[in-house]
Design a protein around this ligand. Structure first.
Ligand SMILES: [Mg+2]
Length: 247
């Protein structure tokens, strides 16, 4: 059975809109016994919320075990541990963190700072985080995506805040997203062995696919890429061309 991992934002949908041709292509792949996994760095929504969104958009039942996000990686990392954690991010993210038995605390009591994404940049909070890191607090981030595509524009992503902190403190923050080691290890621990990785970003999707020796497919429906698109094995206009490419 062919195993295909597809990115979501900019590949399957933009904001709350399915990208043209995706539904037919998805159904076609399923009919041809392709096993489809959804891999996203987007951590503002929980895997369960992504499942509901995909089910609404694709009008098809989605197995939650086929949705892989940095939140799955986080959950596995802190399984059976009691860790005090300070979260920079959405209320959904905070709820998720509590649901996996991590203990949300203020920054002074935290063993770890987790950087997610907030819809509005909070510079005061970022200063506070920087000072705490300087004073020795551990820090992780969910991904390093500088931007992500919404329905009509590119918005600053998780990585924009991460980069501000990294540049200012001259440090490297460990990320749990594509194409970073923890995400790759999560996939190898689960023996996913994807044959194809499809996405709109070279620096995340294509680099991730390369690291796991999958055939990488770059689509044009998402963000503007700063890394050379030459890194991708295949370039297609959109997800809708995937079926005719594979078969
Ligand atoms: Mg994307």
């Amino acid at each position: 059975m062919i195993k295909l991992a597809t990115d979501l934002d900019g590949t399957i949908y933009k904001g709350n809109k399915l990208i043209e041709g995706v539904k037919d292509s998805y159904e076609n792949l399923i009919d041809n016994d392709v096993e489809i996994y959804f891999i996203t760095n987007n951590s503002s929504q929980t895997p369960y919320e992504i499942k509901e969104k995909l089910e609404t958009l694709l009008q098809s039942e989605i197995d939650i075990n086929k949705i892989i996000t940095p939140l799955n990686v986080l959950k596995k990392m802190f399984l059976n541990q009691t860790t005090n954690i300070y979260v920079y991010g959405s209320s959904n993210l905070k709820q998720f963190v509590e649901s996996i038995n991590l203990c949300l605390t203020n920054i002074d009591q935290a063993d770890l700072i987790l950087i997610g994404r907030k819809s509005e940049l909070d510079l005061t909070e970022i200063e506070l985080i920087k000072n705490s890191i300087k004073n020795g607090k551990q820090v992780l981030c969910l991904n390093k995506d500088l931007s992500f595509p919404s329905e009509d524009e590119e918005l600053p992503g998780n990585g924009a805040v991460v980069k501000m902190i990294e540049d200012d403190l001259e440090i490297t923050i460990t990320s749990l997203g594509k194409p970073d080691l923890h995400f790759i290890k999560y996939c190898s621990d689960h023996n996913y062995n994807f044959d194809y990785v499809i996405g709109d970003r070279v620096d995340t999707d294509i680099f991730f696919g390369k690291q796991i020796n999958a055939i990488t497919i770059l689509v044009e429906t998402g963000v503007k890429n700063f890394e050379s698109t030459k890194f991708a094995d295949i370039k297609l206009k959109s997800f809708s061309e995937v079926v005719s490419f594979i078969f």
